[in-house]
Design a protein around this ligand. Structure first.
Ligand code: ATP
Ligand code: MG
Length: 628
């Protein structure tokens, strides 16, 4: 069937306000099918049912002027997801109309990111492949009297455009004849005029309430080489002149884009009408915004160029490469995109939901390992009774997945434990180790603390315990019950590694909201990265770059690409639970530096019972929870 001429019903007939399960504003997901029935899906269903279109053809159309971010992931999941669900096709098309800002580095990274997210395009296109066709169409509009060459400077053009309350003024070029315009356009193309000397403009309506229709520029002169067409062109199409027709050339049926394009839709319609070409249906949805981050490519580029971060792939960046290096899985990003749904109204999603998505996925798949980030020595004073200096302990790799098997960990009389798992004087509800108290060492024995050794300043430097031989995990015949379980590594066997504890890049929910004279950079979190040396169990020596593990009771970590044979580097992906929300709510929304182990532990009461927030599944992450 033919999609043109232009449909006369509203392109957004399936008004989300009327849609039964529109998610505008409400992102709760009572209906597991919701992800498949949002307002865009309903609009598509109805167009297929009515015969307006007979196929689903979508595209993801990035400008190659930066790296993709989590907002783009939403658009990718939507476009590729709809095509997949409905047996259609989805293209990847680079809208590469602005050579001065574009680069093949971005073209390559975008393709890699789309693939990493788990999608494969049906066709790969570039708007620059259509430059000749677009130019032919421009000549057609000129010949038909629908476009003219304008001599106004950029500044004059802006001035003549008018305002929201005031009509614009007509350019003198409007009264050129088609023959004059055609001659000028050809000379523009031939390179006779310098940059900025002339533009080609559509002849629409300088008084239109929609400013996009006040004779928009179609071509500008720019003597700049293009990363794909080289020096072939010195006039380049404006985005608005290229975007809609590129969709049309590809016979896209559903041209899905973000809300800011709503006011461009009448212009795209006008071009398709005048050119009498295939007419996609454009449907707009709300951009994804997330708390504690910025999403504009310009700002992300600024963070990189001014070295506030180490690069586009800095693990604190909301870019796909950044999230990947941080340790996020494609599955978790897709789950997040499905969870937040598609809405027609702008809103900001709590970053906790993104963090929960990766936490949930890694809870299922990440092997457990023991690591001590802030070590203090625990000496077992009766270890001589054991008979051998080292005992291999068996520990399960994933309590939720039997198939993950188990591993052996060396246990000895000299161990590292976390400094804040011990208190000399502890409150009643402190279920970890205290003087005169007992605790279970995970996958090991119950130990009783009888004394400590202190340095000259009174700091505890060694904790002295006895072990109870009857209490070996899995073979406990003692009948003893202790409330807490803590993790440990054997001093002699531990590997020393570097741990990068990443926190949020910005210390406020909305970094874009700034007081006068300030910029979003003033909201950078000075504590977004802290590096420590940690002791980890020997099995981690085998971990490869990109491997993700749970450091028991601490969080999820990934082996960073900076690792060397003699120095492994781990990035913290996410803590085991959302300490930030807890602390922030306690401080009245203040700027808590959560997610650092120092804060992740020891704050608040009832540590032994904390569960991963908002994750009904239980994360096996309860601090001090018994699991022996
Ligand atoms: P810029 O920041 O330069 O305006 P952009 O963020 O719109 O660029 P594009 O390369 O034009 O980036 O985006 C490609 C596609 O991704 C577009 O269809 C756009 O609507 C969509 N997209 C961009 N940002 C978001 C976002 N935050 N949420 C959802 N979709 C987005
Ligand atoms: Mg854009």
């Amino acid at each position: 069937m033919n999609a043109s001429p232009r449909p006369d019903d509203s392109p957004n007939a399936a008004d989300p306000k009327n849609a039964a399960d529109s998610s505008g504003g409400d992102d709760s997901n009572p209906n597991p099918d919701k992800a498949h029935r949002h307002f865009i899906r309903q609009a598509i269903d109805s167009d297929l049912a009515s015969g307006r279109f007979d196929a689903v053809r979508t595209r993801f159309p990035p400008e190659p002027n930066g790296y993709l971010h989590i907002g783009h992931a939403k658009s990718i999941c939507l476009n590729f997801g709809l095509a997949k669900d409905l047996g259609g096709t989805c293209n990847l098309r680079f809208d590469d109309t602005n050579p001065s800002k574009e680069d093949t580095e971005y073209v390559d990274s975008i393709q890699e990111d789309v693939r990493w997210l788990g999608f494969q395009w049906d066709n790969l296109h570039f708007a620059s492949d259509y430059f000749e066709q677009l130019y032919q169409w421009a000549e057609k509009l000129v010949t038909d009297g629908h476009a003219y060459v304008c001599d106004l400077t950029a500044e004059q053009t802006r001035e003549y455009r008018g305002t929201l309350t005031e009509a614009g003024r007509e350019s003198p070029g409007r009264s050129n004849t088609p023959e004059e315009n055609l001659d000028l356009l050809r000379r523009m193309k031939a390179g006779e005029f310098p940059d900025g000397a002339k533009t080609l403009r559509a002849k629409i309506d300088m008084a239109n309430p929609n400013i996009n229709l006040r004779d928009p520029v179609m071509y500008r002169i720019a003597h700049v080489p293009h990363h794909r067409t080289g020096d072939q062109w010195c006039i380049y199409p404006m985005y608005d002149w290229a975007h809609g027709q590129s969709d049309s050339i590809e016979k896209i049926t559903f041209s899905i884009c973000t809300l800011e394009f709503e006011h461009h839709r009448p212009l795209y319609d006008w071009y398709c009408d005048k050119l009498e070409i295939h007419h996609p249906r454009q449907i707009e949805f709300a951009r994804l915004n997330i708390t504690y981050t910025v999403m504009s490519k310009r700002k992300l580029l600024q963070l990189v160029q001014e070295k506030h971060v180490s690069g586009w792939d800095d693990p604190r960046m909301p870019t796909i490469v950044g999230l990947r290096r941080r340790g996020y899985t494609p599955e978790s990003i897709r789950a997040f995109c499905a969870d937040i749904g598609v809405a027609k109204f702008n809103s900001t999603i709590d970053v906790v939901r993104l963090e929960n998505a990766v936490r949930e996925h890694l809870n299922d798949v990440a092997p457990r390992r023991m690591a001590v980030l802030d070590p203090v020595k625990l000496t077992i004073t009766n270890w001589d009774e054991h008979g051998s200096p080292v005992e291999m302990m068996s520990a399960v790799n994933n309590p939720g997945d039997e198939s993950a098997g188990s591993r052996e960990i060396p246990f000895s009389g000299s161990l590292w434990i976390e400094r804040d798992d011990f208190k000399e004087e502890a409150p009643r509800k402190f279920f970890r180790l205290k003087k005169g108290g007992a605790v279970r060492l995970r996958a090991g024995y119950i130990v009783d603390c009888h004394d400590v050794v202190k340095d000259a300043d009174g700091n505890v430097i060694e904790i002295l315990c006895t072990y109870d031989p009857q209490t070996k995990s899995g073979e406990d015949t003692s009948g003893r019950k202790v409330k807490g379980t803590i993790h440990w590594v054997s001093c002699e066997h531990a590997a020393e590694v570097t741990v990068r504890n990443y926190d949020r890049l910005f210390s406020v929910e909305n970094p874009d909201s700034v007081a006068e004279g300030k910029t979003f950079l003033d909201h950078l979190n000075p504590d977004s990265l802290s590096t420590t040396t940690a002791f980890v169990e020997p099995a981690l020596r085998e971990a490869k770059v990109g491997d993700r593990v749970q450091f028991e009771r601490l969080g999820y970590y990934v082996v960073d690409q900076d690792s060397r044979d003699d120095e492994m580097v781990f990035n913290r992906i996410v803590g085991l639970r959302d300490t930030w929300a807890k602390i922030a709510s306690k401080d009245g929304g203040g700027q808590a530096n959560a997610n650092s182990p120092a804060n992740a532990k020891g704050k608040g009461k009832g540590q032994a019972n904390c569960k991963g927030q908002g994750n009904g599944k239980g994360n096996n992450n309860d601090k001090g929870k018994k699991q022996s």
